[in-house]
Ligand binder design. Structure first.
Ligand code: HEM
Length: 420
């Protein structure tokens, strides 16, 4: 801030003192960070509907810088309460002093309220995208608790907080403009060189004697806030999720019919694009009941049953929520079933199974293209199908559009089976 933090007429005595180094450094670091947040915030929101890695990174940096502003604002308030601002220059009119006081108190309020609404919004969001400090997966920042709100209520709260965050940011922008206008007036109209009070190198202006021990307290509180946030984030991550990649185990095959699937040599999984990156999903426990002979397609049939709780996702952000009510909803729909009894040969020698997939209680067509090769009684079957996750209501609340998570999911399989 180019003028003082706040001052009443009674404080207007020793004009010409400047702020302490701690206050000056905090002022300019926070000022630069606010500018970065304003520009970055608007840019990322304007690009928010593209599942782009850069946008994702900017969101994470935005959250990191915002939480740092919150920590530094706490430090600044502690510093300000223990180190009064230098007095305002004499000659300021009453309304100017009142305006300065209003602006400065407003800054403190907004520099708490804007990051807090952002933090609360990110916390309650049903997308469950974590906040990664400095973009590092090893440094998740704690999200605020939201009790037992339903997904719908979380979505509604997210909208309210998004609006609050936006309008409070706009109010901050207005205050910044007023603040700069006041500084320019001091500099070029009143010509009292007030800006020198907020510049470290203005050696000619005597400094207010700081209580230096309080700098340790103030910055210590800021550091403690960040460390506690990361410790909380690590604890939240360690809390057991519904589905976890670590919990995967391949079970003994229980297939029946013409082919016995060798689970050790087979793989069933899927890929989906999350924030511009392909994320792999694996199925740990599944059974297959398959009858297939290329010469007797009319008798072919296949039923694949997947244990939904055994699905693992290679991404630490998606994994904890994949089994939840906006994900596979494991609690209510523990199994996923693929069934096909309509098989057709393709001109290139491959096959199509016109089957259906039942997931979360919803059934949708899932035509599956595959190749089949049999050597000495051992069959190798590879294929894939593409699904739209919304056909099954996956992410319908937290990720209805494709800003983070694309709709298309590619399911792939490589099976090895032998005749019984
Ligand atoms: C002083 C600090 C901050 C400032 C000045 C700031 C500013 C902004 C601005 C200007 C926008 C664009 C608003 C819009 O056009 O809708 C924005 C969006 C956003 N901010 Fe912040 N922000 C701050 C702190 C934070 C923090 C601490 C978090 C979370 C930990 C956060 C999370 C978000 C999110 C998730 C959005 C996107 C909202 C959407 O999708 O519409 N912000 N911020």
């Amino acid at each position: 801030m180019a003028s003082t933090i706040s001052a009443g007429a009674s404080e207007r005595s020793e004009a010409g003192q400047r702020y302490s180094a701690v206050a000056i450094i905090l002022h300019w670091v926070i000022a630069a960070a606010i500018l970065f947040q304003m520009v970055g915030g608007k840019w990322m929101v304007s690009r928010g509907d593209s599942a782009d890695q850069t946008v994702f990174a900017v969101f994470q940096i935005h959250k990191t810088v915002g939480l740092t502003i919150l920590a530094l604002t706490l430090a600044r308030i502690i510093w300000r309460l223990t180190n009064p601002a230098p007095a305002l220059p004499a000659g300021m009119k009453g309304w100017e002093i009142a305006a300065a006081k209003f602006t400065h108190i407003g800054f403190y309020a907004l520099l708490l309220a804007v990051p807090l609404t952002g933090w609360a919004m990110a916390s309650v969001s049903p997308t469950g995208v974590p906040t990664l400090f400095l973009l590092l997966d090893a440094l998740p920042f704690a999200h605020l608790p939201y009790g037992d709100l339903s997904l719908e209520a979380r979505h509604d709260w997210e909208v309210v907080l998004k609006n609050a965050h936006n309008y409070l940011s706009i109010a901050t922008g207005v205050l910044v403009a007023l603040h700069i206008a006041a500084a320019l007036k001091h500099q070029f109209v009143a010509k009292d060189n007030l800006i020198a009070r907020m510049i470290l190198s203005a050696r000619t202006v005597p400094v207010v004697q700081p209580k230096t021990a309080m700098a340790v307290v103030a910055l210590g509180v800021a550091a403690l806030f960040v460390c506690a946030g990361i410790a909380g984030g690590l604890a939240q991550r360690a809390a057991p999720g519904v589905a976890s990649t670590a919990a995967l185990e391949t079970t003994t095959p229980a297939s029946a019919g013409a082919w016995v699937i060798d689970h050790e040599a087979s793989a069933l999984g899927f890929t989906i694009t999350f924030t511009g990156n392909a994320v792999e999903g694996t199925v740990g426990s599944w059974t297959g009941d398959v009858i297939f002979d290329p010469q007797a397609l009319d008798q072919a049939r296949a039923t694949i049953t997947v244990d939904a709780a055994s699905i693992g996702i290679s991404n630490s952000m998606l994994a904890p929520q994949s089994g939840g009510s906006d994900g596979f909803d494991v609690a209510n729909h523990p199994t996923i079933t693929y069934e096909a009894s309509d098989f057709a040969a393709q001109p290139d020698g491959s096959f199509i199974a016109n089957g259906t997939l039942t997931l979360r209680g919803a059934t949708a067509d899932a035509p599956l293209a595959f190749t089949f090769e049999e050597i000495d009684g051992v069959a190798s079957v590879s294929g894939s199908t593409q699904l739209n996750r919304l056909d099954f209501g996956i992410g319908a609340i937290g990720a209805a559009d494709e800003s983070w998570l694309q709709h298309a999911v590619t399911v792939t399989f490589d099976l090895t089976a032998s005749r019984p």
